[in-house]
Design a protein around this ligand. Structure first.
Ligand SMILES: [Zn+2]
Length: 124
């Protein structure tokens, strides 16, 4: 699995096979269902206490990128000049995608510190 692929599918940064979260982002069982360690390679995810606080910065960056992308899309479609339409469309996109962005930001944050190991990936 490629790096981008493993990020988008919320996989473990070490093996790119195990799922980092117990439940999918839009499951009502809970979006904050981060596994303590990888179910495939047993890599612990929380490297120190409060490790995932830093993922807030990633989440913020993803939110800004999403807002810019939606605004550019609106401009291309011809709806971007109306400020109210742009505002509510961007707000809706951010709210609808927030469970996925929440989990994705934790996976991206963890992948800054946990390096990929191809040997872990081939184990089954
Ligand atoms: Zn793993």
């Amino acid at each position: 699995m490629s790096f981008i692929h493993s990020l988008l599918f919320l996989r473990c940064p070490k093996c790119r096979t195990g799922k980092m979260f117990q439940y999918k982002p839009y499951s009502f069982k809970g979006i904050s269902s981060l596994n303590k360690k990888c179910p495939h390679c047993n890599t612990p995810y929380s490297l120190e206490p409060s490790f995932f606080y830093g993922s807030m910065y990633v989440s913020y960056a993803l939110g800004v990128a999403l807002a810019v992308a939606v605004y550019v899309l609106l401009l291309l479609v011809g709806l971007g000049k109306n400020a109210l339409t742009a505002f509510f469309t961007i707000a809706t996109a951010i709210i609808v995608l927030s469970p996925y962005v929440y989990q994705l930001s934790k996976v991206i944050w963890a992948s800054f510190f946990i390096k990929y190991d191809s040997k872990k990936s081939s184990e089954n």
